[in-house]
Design a protein around this ligand. Structure first.
Ligand code: ADP
Length: 451
């Protein structure tokens, strides 16, 4: 069953049951209240007869004496101590033959005679010799039943009207609730069919749960689209990057196969080129592996590190491989920090690698202390990064200039890896850069209490 049908039928069914129950309660209450009122009236009539007419007149007096005490359309009858009818008064011919129910018990009877309901009240009166006679007051109840049937008609009609209204309201409510849902499922089907990242159109006015759900869906689609685009860019760049070294390796190895074994110069050139391209591919895959392994949990312990000698060791490797001047500046002879040395080294390697890639002159590592924070800055004198790119350089796969990055072998992963590594030992990364002046990337180690 569709949700729309469910909402409509359940709400109408529920309302119908409630209305039927309510109508039954109202009818029963009306009936009992009316009957009680009628009983009070009959009781009053009988008491008035007893109080105002002498017993002897009741027995032998004129029957017209009873006229003022006879209810409209009703009848009064007087029975003697032996239950014999001795007097009766009524204007209604139909009532004259009304069967005597009982003459002994005081109380009420509700009986049906000739299709009409009659309410009878018997009231004893004292007769001579202490015995009791009976005054019987009878009132037909057709008006009560007329009222009862009118009331049932009114209740039935009103209930039907309310049920009809509720069906319309249910339809409107179901539309209100389901419209955004069908728009959402339509958009989802469109996405499924077309493979495009589409957004759900949302109305600005309402802030209900469905709108929140739609907004969350749109945010999720936006993120998926962003990631998808970044990965698409990375895939195309990576395949482009790998195509060149593979072609170089393939052509040099063919050359070696054909001529190289005899010609020493070709041999040397081919080995050098293959070696160079192999290193480039290795760097690219290493970056990818590092990025992929970030999700793995690690249990590295913090240790006390003397930062000047630590940086010196890493700088020395870069000086040899990159043939570049790298200076370390620090106002202290020794400076200690608590950190995870393997991760701190990885971050420094990425920052030095970037400084080497994106600049040509000397590099400086500046170690400073301010209060309980230690700053390790890697400064180069390269072309710098323009302000519009600066906020994005920590994003995965983000590259300022694809052509420059391709030339230098970058793939936009270095800084994002460095940032998550720094976060894993409670550090932070900050970047400052000026176009034409150079770039400083600083590792901040907070809450360091060692001197
Ligand atoms: P990549 O692996 O491409 O170097 P990164 O995440 O390390 O990726 O850097 C992102 C981008 O930031 C790079 O494409 C580069 O353009 C820019 N960048 C990073 N470091 C420097 C730097 N020291 N000088 C100039 N640009 C830099």
């Amino acid at each position: 069953m569709k949700i729309r049908t469910k909402i409509q039928s359940y709400s109408s069914l529920f309302l119908s049951v409630m209305l039927i129950l309510l109508s039954i309660i109202v009818l029963i209450a009306f009936f009992w209240i009316s009957v009680e009122r009628e009983q009070d009236l009959l009781e009053d009539q009988a008491s008035l007869i007893e109080e105002n007419i002498l017993t002897k007149d009741l027995i032998s007096g004129d029957p017209d004496l009873l006229e003022p005490y006879t209810p409209d359309d009703g009848m009064v009858r007087i029975f003697d101590t032996d239950g014999r009818l001795i007097k009766s008064f009524t204007d209604e011919e139909d009532l004259q033959g009304f069967k005597v129910q009982s003459v002994n018990d005081k109380g009420f009877d509700f009986t049906k005679a000739d299709g009409d309901y009659m309410l009878t009240y018997r009231h004893p009166y004292p007769e001579e010799g202490k015995k009791l006679g009976m005054i019987e007051v009878i009132q037909p109840q057709d008006t009560l039943f007329d009222h009862l049937s009118t009331l049932s008609l009114v209740l039935g009609g009103a209930s039907l009207f309310v049920i009809l209204l509720s069906i319309l309201a249910g339809k409107w409510l179901a539309n209100q609730i389901l419209k955004p849902i069908s728009i959402m499922s339509g958009t989802m089907m469109d996405i499924e069919k077309s493979g495009e990242f589409k957004r759900i159109p949302l109305s600005d006015q309402s802030k209900d749960e469905l709108q929140v759900m739609g907004a969350s869906f749109n945010m999720m689609i936006e993120r998926l689209e962003r990631n998808y685009n970044q990965q698409q860019q990375f895939l195309s760049d990576a395949s482009h990057e790998l195509k060149t070294p593979i072609t170089v390796i393939e052509s040099y190895s063919s050359l070696l196969k054909r001529w190289g074994m005899k010609d020493e110069a070709i041999q040397e050139e081919a080995v050098e080129a293959i070696h160079h391209e192999a290193i480039r591919m290795k760097q690219l895959t290493e970056h990818l592996l590092r990025a992929a392994s970030q999700a793995e949990p690690t249990v590295d312990m913090e240790e006390k590190i003397e930062l000047i000698s630590f940086c010196e060791q890493i700088a020395q490797t870069f000086r040899r491989t990159g043939n570049r001047e790298i200076k370390i500046q620090c106002e202290f002879k020794e400076i200690y920090a608590m950190s995870i040395s393997s991760k701190l080294e990885q971050v420094l390697v990425i920052l030095l690698d970037n400084a080497m890639k994106y600049s040509e002159s000397g590099i400086r590592i500046m170690i400073k202390r301010q209060g309980n924070d230690i700053f390790i800055g890697v400064k180069d004198q390269g072309p710098g990064i323009s302000p519009e790119h600066l906020p994005h350089v920590f994003e995965r796969f983000y590259r300022v200039d694809s052509s420059r990055a391709r030339k230098t072998g970058g793939n936009g992963l270095g800084l994002s890896i460095a940032q998550s590594l720094a976060e894993s030992f409670d550090g932070k990364l900050e970047i400052q850069s000026e176009v034409g002046e150079g770039t400083v990337v600083t590792i901040i180690l907070s809450h360091q209490i060692l001197i």
